[in-house]
Write a protein that binds this ligand. Structure first.
Ligand code: SAH
Ligand code: SF4
Length: 376
């Protein structure tokens, strides 16, 4: 049997630098490609099942798939688009961080976190990030490029495979790794469609959370999408002056405009949003700020996730002081102040800080140690 391997012009578009992979394909894409190759339609179900239910790493390894067809699929739609560079596991064994390299040399991170009642994959949406939040390791790298939907799905598959081998299957996905998901809107939406697709991972949208730095127009656009996903908004401060000092994006979309977009989102979707709030000692954890925060979010259907700041090298405030996290007691006192003012809030102690599991931190560590090696 001979199989044509010409790339069809109708294949899914991927960002410049990315390679089209099997993980970019929706059933209709694969179906059209198989038909063009003169292959029977049932091959699609066989391939999807082999790859998503049995985590095959090559089409040629799927039982029943003719060797020539498997080889043609592997050539046209490679499955090995993310090479694992480093794997680190926290001392308690409950958090594992994977660093991947894309074919064009971008390094991206995915993290698997086991909790008592759920297992969460934290995935990247971009290689690096252009938003430059001062407390964020990824923000210090700048943006290399957008990830393709397939590269996003491939991270989930790698983490799902690991999760499966650890005997605790994946239950949740959060777009809280490297990058700003709503700045890579089309690929991120397509990745949600792929994750949700019954023939792929069949992952319920309600178990998927997208976190944004606060791109107000994109939050409005997201409100019109059919997906019942969860939205998390990174707020971190209560006044424009203070928020702009931590998050330069606030100069484009100030707090009032951001919260208007969030109100629109809640009205449209009837879904509760989460506000992410990284607690920084002496900066945004005072009683005054707790008062301001509860006044600001009054009337919005929401929950506030308080995350004591992960220490990041060179994270400095406006006055040049190093940013640090408050004590557990102080974080809990801040949460209690919000709750007392009627604002639902809880403290999330971030996972895996001993393995640099904060956003972008492993990539930063590897880059630092390899440049140190090069310099030596
Ligand atoms: N770009 C998106 C999603 C990725 S960042 C966003 O900014 O929301 C995921 C979350 O990690 C965000 O809430 C971000 O503010 C937070 N974050 C980044 N660096 C952190 C740090 N050093 N400590 C605690 N949270 C951090
Ligand atoms: Fe980018 Fe989010 Fe980090 Fe800000 S916090 S620099 S938006 S990844």
């Amino acid at each position: 049997m001979t199989v044509e391997t010409t790339i069809d012009a109708a294949l899914p578009a991927v960002p410049r630098g990315a390679t089209v992979s099997f993980y970019d394909l929706l059933p209709e894409d694969l179906g059209a490609w198989l038909t063009a190759q003169g292959q029977p339609a049932f091959r699609a179900a066989q391939l999807f099942s082999g790859i998503y239910s049995h985590f095959a790493s090559r089409a040629t390894a799927i039982p029943g798939v003719p060797k020539a067809l498997g080889a043609a699929i592997d050539a046209a739609f490679p499955l090995d688009i993310l090479a694992e560079v480093t794997r680190v596991t926290s001392s308690d064994g409950r958090t594992t961080k994977l660093l991947f390299r894309t074919p064009d040399g971008c390094l991206i991170e995915g993290v698997l976190m086991h909790y008592r009642e759920r297992t969460t994959a934290c995935i990247s949406s971009q290689a690096g990030c252009g938003y430059g939040c001062t407390f964020c390791a990824t923000g210090k790298m700048g943006l290399s490029r957008n990830l393709s939907a397939g590269e996003i799905v491939a991270q989930v598959v790698a983490l799902a495979r690991l999760s499966h081998t650890q005997g605790e299957p994946l239950t949740n996905i959060v777009y809280m790794g490297m990058g700003e998901p709503l700045a890579n809107y089309d690929q991120v939406m397509r990745s949600i469609a792929l994750l949700n697709e019954p023939q792929c991972l069949k992952f319920g949208a309600r178990r998927i959370t997208v976190s944004t730095v606060g791109l107000a127009p994109r939050i409005r656009r997201l409100a019109e999408e059919p997906w019942q996903i969860n939205l998390a908004v990174s707020l971190h401060q209560t006044t424009d002056e203070a928020r702009s000092a931590l998050m330069p994006v606030n100069m484009h979309y100030p707090i009032a405009e951001l919260l208007d977009a969030v109100r629109f989102y809640v009205t449209k979707t009837h879904r509760r949003v989460s506000f992410e709030y990284a607690l920084i000692a002496g900066v945004n954890d005072t009683g005054t700020v707790a008062n301001e925060l509860s006044a600001l979010l009054k009337g919005i259907l929401c929950h506030v996730n308080l995350i004591p700041l992960n220490p990041v090298a060179e994270a400095v405030g406006l006055d040049g002081t190093i940013l640090t996290r408050p004590t557990r007691e102080r974080a809990e006192a801040f949460a209690a102040m919000l709750v007392a003012r009627g604002l639902p809030a809880s403290v999330r102690f971030s996972r895996g800080t001993d393995i640099a599991a904060g956003c972008g931190q492993l990539r930063a560590e590897v880059a630092t140690s390899s440049s140190a090696t090069e310099a030596a």
